[in-house]
Structure formats: C-alpha cells, structure tokens
Design a protein around this ligand. Structure first.
Ligand SMILES: O=c1ccn([C@@H]2O[C@H](COP(=O)(O)O)[C@@H](O)[C@H]2O)c(=O)[nH]1
Length: 266
C-alpha cells in the first residue's frame, strides 16, 4: 500500500483507527472455542463488524506464534481476509543482523502479505535496512513505547537528549515518510509535541488507548500532522468488548465510539 492511499482512506472514512487483533483462544467467546478454526472465525467476525470504521488492523504475532503451526495458519488466513483497502500491520518487533532481518522481511512482506512490520532499532542500521528495501511496504520502528519499562533505556538521558530522541533522529534519516513510521505509546501523549519536532512528517502507530488508559484526545492534539499522521490502535478494548454470541456487535459499538471521536479531531 502507498502512503497516499492510506491518507485517502483516512479522509474517506474520517477514521485513523487501527483495530488490534490480539486474539487469544482463552479469551474468545465460549461458543467459538470448540471450532477448529476458532481464532480465524473470531477475527473474521471482528473484521466484518469493524471494517467500515477503521483503516488498519494490527496483528500482534505473539498471540499466533504461541499456538505453533495452528497459530501461523490462523495469522495467514486472517491477513488474507483483511480487505486490501486496509493497512495490515504485523506487530512482530523484529530486527537482527542484516541477513537474518532479510529473512524476517521476506516472511512478513512476501510470504505473509503484510503492509508493515514493527521493528526494534537497537541493533542499528543493518538490522533495519532489509525491511526498508521493500517498495510500498512500511517499517514501523519502536520510538517511545507505552510500557513502564520504556524508562529503563528509552527515557535515559544521553547528553542533551533522551535515548529515544536520538533513535528517532538517527532512524528518520534511514528512510522517508513513504516507507518509515514510528511507534509512540498513547501513554506518552505529552511527549508527542517534542517528538513531532524531530519527525514532523512520519506516520505514528499509537498503541495504548483503551486497556492501557491513554487518551485519544491528547494523542490527536499533540501528535497529528497535516496528513493526520496517526494510526491509533486499540486491541482488548475493542475485540473483547463482549463475551457472548453478540461479541462482534459489541466490538463494533466501541470501534464506532472511537471513530466518532476521531471525526472531531480530523
Ligand atoms: O509501545 C507499545 C508497542 C506495542 N504495543 C502493542 O499494542 C497492543 C496494545 O493492546 P491493548 O489491548 O490495546 O492495550 C498490543 O498488541 C501491544 O503488544 C503496545 O501496547 N505498546
């Protein structure tokens, strides 16, 4: 997918919502659990119920990898089911020496048809570059994450800057806004103002609204740029909004609330 197409989708749908498919077999409604394709069936119904309200889906690969081969099958079926109008993110947080990263890139961009993958930057340029080589695919580098542990390294002062600021400055020179995005947690909304001074043009993937308590209003106020520039993800708050047979309608209600609020900020 091109950046221009993503921006058009955001304008048309008046939404920058990303629905996170962090699907655990233990958490899906009981009536689906005995289905041999339970995870895919759950995701299919969530996608059908929310696709007009969001522009992206984020599959956190851990929830699939933990189920072995069945999990990989569910992930492949899910990514193929997501309409091609939607931005398909593998939240896999990969990154290794160059020849290994190129295998990760092949796995997620060629074998599985994702548009984007999250990448950890701490092994440096050669670990990120193989992902950036793909045309019309996006590398989403971890910038300032939503968790408390971001204090341990990312928020360490190194000279005049925090380490995450050095990472954003350096990594932003490795790609363009056409192939490079960054993760910034919604729980770090107030830092978005200074982050935007470092990376004014790149899209940001913002997890952490909903279950982690981040504010959609604040991330929109501090993080938006002229292209919108945001994909705000909610996973548990949407997909587990309901526990019964009408779980997909319940998910839709929450997704609708986010989209309605987003209309005010666009
Ligand atoms: O900084 C980060 C980076 C990634 N995540 C991931 O996003 C979702 C959030 O799920 P919720 O249920 O909406 O809290 C999940 O897949 C995380 O692994 C993040 O939360 N923070």
């Amino acid at each position: 997918m091109t950046l221009q197409f993503l921006i058009e989708q955001i304008k048309q749908k008046k939404s920058y919502l990303c629905v996170g498919l962090d699907t655990s077999i233990e958490k899906i409604p009981k009536h689906l659990q005995s289905n041999p394709a339970a995870v895919f069936e759950f995701n299919k119904q969530i996608i059908d119920a929310t696709k007009d309200l969001c522009v992206a889906y984020k599959i956190n690969t851990a929830f699939y990898e933990s189920n072995g081969i069945k999990g990989w099958e569910a992930m492949e079926k899910t990514v193929n089911y997501i309409p091609s109008t939607h931005f398909r993110i593998a939240d896999a947080k990969r990154g290794d020496i160059g020849n290994t990263s190129s295998q990760y890139a092949k796995a997620f961009f060629d074998v599985l048809n994702f548009d984007a993958i999250t990448v950890a930057p701490y092994m440096g340029f050669d670990s990120v570059q193989p992902f950036l080589e793909y045309e019309n695919k996006f590398t989403i580098v971890l910038g300032l994450t939503s968790n408390k542990g971001s204090e341990d390294f990312q928020q360490l002062k190194t000279g005049d800057n925090f380490l995450y600021e050095t990472v954003l400055k350096k990594v932003s020179g490795w790609g363009t806004k056409e192939n490079l995005m960054f993760v910034v947690g919604a729980t770090k909304a107030t830092e978005l103002e200074s982050i935007r001074k470092i990376i004014p043009g790149n899209f940001l993937l913002i997890p952490g609204v909903g279950a982690q308590g981040g504010s959609l209003e604040d991330v929109s106020k501090y993080g938006m740029n002229k292209d919108c520039g945001l994909l705000v993800n909610a996973s548990r708050a949407i997909i587990y909004a309901g526990t019964g047979e009408n779980f997909a309608e319940e998910a839709r209600i929450i997704a609708q609330q986010y989209q309605t609020e987003m209309m005010n900020y666009l």
